[in-house]
Design a binder for this molecule. Structure first.
Ligand code: SF4
Length: 696
């Protein structure tokens, strides 16, 4: 590297779960140069369009610079006293279950740790959930059912070492671009490597693929049940490995009864895929929101895991199931207890020994006795008056939750709403009683975990503007003002990380996978200079893959294959609502665009909200390309620009989920999505609502 290209400050990109490393250089005018970090093991210097435009998004326009109560700027002391006082009052009157925190995969692990400790150990309820519930809760639930814990078995290298990569419900080329590019580069070196995409839509990820299986929306479980049967019929079951697995016979029986389930694929296409998967030992199956965001998401995940467990293709180089997470720290949130049904360090809320261990470690006055309200339940409870105080941190549920209009009403009607964010200009922030100005990416210090268990530092390159403060600091201050001074007397994120690492040692002693206790003694300087590392990091184990040794985390040490029968999406197409409605991301925008909308070059990619539909459907409805169309579901309506494309199957339509009441009031597409959830994971079915489409 040339001397003038030295990486001044190493940090990580705040967008997707690839977790790319970036080099930051601030200039005197408050600008920020952002480059890929050539030494970071997630991206080796590469960045996608969003990551490379980060420098264009750090301006102060629209920033919330002071605490605000009832629309008027105030000082921190007044705002914090009000928040702590109102939470205490409501808890005293109505009990700990009457308050909730709704947090975000944008939080750093240290922020998450303090929020989780405050709610589960001190308030004594488990009503803290993260917007990661919308992203990969079904994977967490599927992993826990199969492995006994939420472990991603492999690492990114497996995607390069595989002879076959299968993308299921993942437009990796747009949603995790640097990882997709890693696969394409590996294929260039080894042209024999195959890439298969399983997705009802023909997406950008199909451009580089050998095979695209455009299955009927929601039928993934039937497809993978069929693969399990084909594995069995071909004699490809690993008889030695399945001695480490329970449930093979029942699972195969369930899969066999699904043989005739309709995937919409031809027998030839199915046969070709099954044969390829069976004969290619080094196979990685990557899955994402198309699998997770479903009323049968957990079952779909388990049908994929079942195939890898049956063949022993797990935890070995170039083999394994691989979930990719949406947000930069969705994984960190899973690990640190950001979900309403988990304790920190993969300890389980339902397990009395685990609860007792955390209770003792924290020395807290209470410990939540069971799972709290998951995201959809939490806002439903707010709408019904059961949740009386909500603290929403770095997320915009009035736009991004399913049935978003109902969620907006629930927040508006809630007795006391606090929002911590970097801007007051979101649909949710406008509903808050108290706004707390938080530090943004580029201004804060902490850690995140990428999709392959890689823990990396985020570092500050810019000063926090105005009165903005880090989230861990705001949360700890509330904890102190609620009366728990010592427990929340943190001076730095390094101190929080050490406590978290020490707690993970307790988890390790209880036989859990998440153990980074090797980092518990690090001093501040070591934390400041900490290089990315894969967990676990304990006395007995450093990084590596999981499960090739046949040791799992259920009490008997075995994995579980889970019998699954295909279930169609909950919402049924009918003459009134004939179209299957899919939502997702576009390449150059992120979530509700609070940051990416600031970059003109990102906005230029796809500049306005749209609805993709098949030309045949459009012709029947008298809709031409670029017409405005009215899209209606039982829950809500939107006005979108029609794009006619045969990438959509007849009867299916797709709309991106980024535009908000601020940026396009008629295009809040999550207002159309039914608040139907997976019964195991609580994840909403964001890809299979039903709508009617008419010319506007
Ligand atoms: Fe950021 Fe993801 Fe792009 Fe990497 S791939 S630069 S983490 S958005």
């Amino acid at each position: 590297m040339k001397a003038d290209r030295v990486c001044e400050i190493r940090s990580t990109c705040p967008y997707c779960g690839v977790g790319c490393g970036v080099c930051l250089s601030a200039d005197a005018a408050g600008g920020l140069e952002v480059r890929g970090d050539p030494d970071h093991p997630a991206n080796f210097g590469k960045l996608c369009s969003k990551g490379s435009a980060l420098g264009e998004t750090v301006g102060l326009e629209g920033r919330l610079l002071a605490p605000r109560v009832g629309g008027t700027d105030t000082d921190w002391d007044s705002a914090l006293s009000l928040v702590a006082g109102r939470f205490k009052e409501i808890i005293e009157q109505h009990g700990p279950e009457s308050v909730g925190f709704y947090v975000s995969g944008q939080l750093l692990t240290e922020d998450y740790y303090v929020a989780n400790k405050l709610m589960k150990g001190y308030i004594g309820a488990a009503n803290i959930d993260t917007n990661s519930r919308l992203c990969m809760a079904s994977t967490v639930a599927g992993h826990r059912r199969a492995f006994g814990t939420d472990t991603v078995p492999g690492t990114y290298e497996d995607l390069e070492e595989a002879d076959l990569v299968v993308l299921v419900g993942s437009n990796l080329a747009w949603c995790h671009p640097v990882l997709y590019q890693r696969i394409l580069r590996a294929r260039k070196k080894r042209p024999e490597m195959k890439l298969v995409v399983i997705d009802p839509r023909r997406t950008a990820s199909c451009d580089g693929a050998d095979m695209h299986l455009a299955l009927k929306a929601g039928t993934d479980a039937a497809l993978f049940n069929g693969l399990l049967c084909a594995i069995h019929d071909a004699g490809a079951v690993d008889k030695h490995f399945v001695t480490h697995v329970n449930g093979f016979d029942e699972t195969l029986a369930a899969a066999s009864s699904d043989r005739d389930a309709v995937t919409g694929l031809s027998d030839d296409d199915l046969r070709a895929f099954y044969d390829l998967w069976i004969r290619t030992e080094k196979a990685v199956t990557v899955f994402s929101q198309g699998v997770n965001q479903s009323s049968s998401g957990t079952d779909k995940v388990n049908t994929i895991l079942n195939c890898h467990l049956a063949t022993g293709r797990i935890g070995l180089p170039g083999m394994g199931p691989f979930s990719v997470t949406g947000q930069p720290n969705a994984m960190g949130g899973r690990e640190v207890g950001g979900l309403a049904n988990m304790l920190a360090c993969h300890l389980e809320l339902e397990n009395a020994d685990h609860r007792a261990a955390v209770h003792e470690f924290w020395g807290s006055p209470a410990i939540a006795q069971g799972p709290g309200l998951k995201a959809v339940e939490m806002f439903r409870a707010a709408g019904e008056g059961r949740i009386k105080a909500l603290w929403i941190i770095h997320t915009n549920p009035a736009v991004s939750m399913p049935d978003a209009d109902a969620v907006r009403r629930a927040i508006a009607d809630c007795e006391f709403v606090v929002v911590s964010d970097i801007t007051a200009e979101t649909d949710t922030a406008r509903l808050a009683d108290v706004l707390l100005p938080a530090s943004a990416w580029g201004e804060k210090e902490g850690t995140v975990t990428g999709s392959d268990r890689l823990i990396s530092r985020q570092r500050a390159a810019l000063p926090a503007p105005g009165q903005a403060r880090p989230d861990w600091d705001i949360l700890a201050e509330i904890g102190r003002r609620m009366g728990w001074y010592e427990a929340f007397d943190y001076a730095s994120p390094a101190e929080i990380f050490r406590e978290y690492a020490a707690l993970s040692g307790v988890a390790g002693k209880l036989g859990r996978d998440f153990d980074i206790s090797g980092k518990a003694e690090m001093d501040d300087r070591a934390y400041d200079t900490m290089a990315p590392f894969h967990w676990p990091q304990s006395a007995g184990r450093r990084g590596g893959r999981f499960f090739a040794d046949g040791k799992f985390y259920h009490p008997d040490g075995k994995a579980r294959m889970v019998p699954v029968r295909y279930r169609p999406p909950e919402a049924k197409q009918a003459p009134r609502y004939p179209f299957r409605f899919n939502t997702g991301r576009i390449r150059d925008q992120w979530h509700t665009m609070t940051r990416t909308a600031r970059s003109p070059r990102l906005a230029a990619h796809l500049a306005e909200p749209f609805l993709d539909l098949h030309p045949g459907d459009a012709a029947r409805l008298g809709i031409s390309h670029a017409d405005l169309v009215r899209v209606e579901s039982p829950e809500g309506r939107a006005i979108l620009r029609a794009r006619l494309t045969d990438a959509q199957q007849p009867g299916d339509v797709f709309a991106p989920m980024h535009w908000t009441g601020e940026t396009a009031p008629c295009a809040r597409v999550d207002a159309l999505v039914a608040a139907v959830t997976d019964p195991v994971s609580g994840q909403p079915e964001s890809k299979a609502s039903v709508v009617a489409v008419t010319k506007f």
